[in-house]
Ligand binder design. Structure first.
Ligand code: ADP
Length: 542
């Protein structure tokens, strides 16, 4: 017997319809690439997204076409996403921090037909566009007054283009399983891999993200997604924020401490989210200026492990709740969030920080397990670590073009490539990427734990740990440190600080001081480059 409820396909444009109808006057505030702060509303965004859809169809784009975007977080970028999805086409976000040749590879792999681009990236587009034969048109997110000269063919100005439409258009009703978005992982191993979101997965993911024990957002929040729309589907915020109808603050291209602080303060932002490096800059700015964060309630930190010292600073010095989160492009991207279950409700001080230090527990819609290499499941004892595997309605079931088949098994589990353990209350803690973990004498050492500990030293700006070949132990940890400006901690200081806080055999064999640690396009420590840099390093213990 079938249920007798209505067919109401989970389509992304319904989110914007809902926002425009129920929260039509709520503001979308953007720091534009041209400079000024511009205010629109959900009602405006819907009208403009309909125009984008109408014009894309007029210009010949259709169901399934990949339409790339190379842009910061602004209202225009958001409208374009919804307009693209609204004709059944696929938004494909490009990360401008990738090398031009990587972008060319990704665009050709996806066979992008059209590109929306911010002014900032015009010089980059002039380089890459001629190398992407499928690309027919470039639409520059600006108005006639700011439009630059360019030798590229088929380039139009967004505002002039948009003015050609009357917005009298119906969203195209497609099956909810239709592709609507695409994002490539940065490909720290091998070629980048394309993750293809569907309308259904994006809508479900947005609902999951809003739940109180996940991001816990509402129409009363003022939300600033600092995490770019080109990083892992903007952590779902481009859908979940309009879904709840919260005021949306889009920070554009300026991520420095002062610019971020300015918007947090002037727009009274209550909720924000980004990778740790962004918060490092903000906290530094706050420390230098003595400024406070009176409006901010919550910050979601993920993308790489949130250092304990960062959680401590936000919570103790600024009274801002930190939610440590873990996810992947392949998971739309939310996997787990370290919100507090009743089992841990009474904790305070260090015991509470220990829980907040984990990557947290999955909301409904994400199943998770940890296994050994033979796929035997480990107990949830908070210490036995192994390969972290996940499945759910917003988890990738395959990569675009059939890459990476070995990461998916016949029971639907996706092997994340992360190494983790799970505690009896379901809190997961990442100890490493499988390829970064240090194998010493047949046992594993977590580089993330050591890095977290090292950045807790007051004179350390950033720290990374890598394995260095060792004749007896196979590999031993080397701690690589960037000192804070004007500070001169020594190897003895740092090792002394760490001693007693980790198992003796985990202690780094040496400390190397560097001016900078390399990062990937999504703000992670680039361990491959670092290992290359230290490939001839001789440990004093070798
Ligand atoms: P990319 O692979 O393109 O850099 P992703 O954001 O998809 O971008 O990367 C996902 C990976 O980032 C995870 O598999 C994990 O290794 C790491 N990661 C994400 N969040 C955390 C976190 N809170 N703690 C530790 N690692 C994290």
């Amino acid at each position: 017997m079938l249920g007798l409820m209505q067919e109401w396909p989970l389509l992304c444009h319904k989110i914007l319809d809902h926002a425009a109808r129920q929260h039509g006057n709520r503001e979308i505030v953007s720091r534009t690439v041209e400079g000024p702060i511009v205010r629109t509303t959900y009602a405006d965004a819907r009208v403009r997204a309909l125009k984008v859809a109408q014009l894309l169809e007029r210009d010949g784009y259709k169901l399934g076409d990949r339409i790339a975007t190379l842009a910061w977080n602004t209202a225009r970028h958001l409208e374009a996403w919804y307009g693209i999805m609204g004709i059944g086409a696929v938004y494909h976000t490009l990360n401008p921090r990738l090398f031009p040749e990587q972008l060319v590879w990704i665009m050709n792999h996806a066979e992008d037909k059209c590109l929306f681009v911010d002014l900032t990236f015009m010089p980059l587009v002039e380089k890459i566009a001629p190398l992407v034969p499928s690309l027919q048109k470039v639409i520059v997110f600006t108005d006639a007054a700011h439009m630059p000269q360019t030798a590229l063919p088929n380039v139009v100005t967004y505002e002039e283009w948009l003015a050609q439409a009357d917005g009298d258009f119906q969203w195209r009703e497609v099956d909810e399983h239709t592709a609507c978005g695409m994002c490539y992982t940065s490909g720290t191993t091998g070629d980048p891999k394309g993750v293809v979101y569907s309308h259904r997965s994006n809508v479900l993911h947005a609902m999951i993200a809003c739940m109180p024990d996940a991001m816990g957002i509402s129409s009363r929040d003022v939300i600033m997604p600092v995490v770019p729309m080109f990083h892992a589907n903007a952590w779902g915020l481009a859908q979940s924020v309009p879904m709840v109808g919260a005021k949306l603050v889009m920070p554009g291209g300026k991520m420095d401490g002062e610019s971020i602080y300015h918007l947090l303060d002037s727009e009274k932002v209550s909720f924000t989210a980004a990778v740790p490096t962004v918060w490092l800059m903000l906290l530094q700015y706050l420390e230098e200026t003595g400024k406070k964060l009176p409006y901010l309630n919550k910050v979601v930190i993920g993308g790489s492990a949130c250092p304990r010292a960062m959680t401590e600073k936000f919570e103790r010095n600024y009274d801002v709740e930190v939610i440590h989160a873990w996810g992947m492009t392949e998971m739309s991207p939310l996997g787990t969030l370290a919100t507090i279950k009743p089992e841990y409700a009474g904790l305070t001080g260090d015991a509470l920080l220990n829980v907040k230090q984990t990557q947290g527990h999955p909301p409904f819609g994400v199943e998770m397990k940890v296994t050994d290499d033979e796929n035997r499941e480990h107990p949830w004892d908070g210490k036995t670590f192994g390969r972290l595997k996940v499945r759910g309605p917003a988890v990738a079931g395959a990569y675009y073009g059939g890459a990476g088949v070995e990461q998916f098994d016949e029971e639907g589990w996706f092997d994340t490539g992360d190494v983790a353990h799970i505690d009896p209350n379901g809190y997961m803690q990442i100890t490493d990427r499988a390829k970064d973990v240090i194998k010493s004498g047949g046992e594993w050492i977590s580089t993330i734990d050591l890095e977290n500990l090292a950045v807790g030293h007051p004179d350390v700006a950033e720290a990374a740990v890598i394995g260095i070949a060792h004749p007896k132990w196979d590999e031993r940890p080397l701690l690589v440190v960037v000192r804070k400006a004007g500070k001169e901690p020594t190897k003895t200081d740092l090792l002394g600080f760490m001693e007693g806080k980790v198992a003796k055999w985990w202690m780094p064999d040496d400390v190397a001081f560097v001016d900078a640690i390399p990062h990937t396009a999504t703000g992670k420590i680039q361990k491959t480059t670092l290992r290359q840099q230290f490939k001839d390093y001789k440990l004093p213990t070798a």
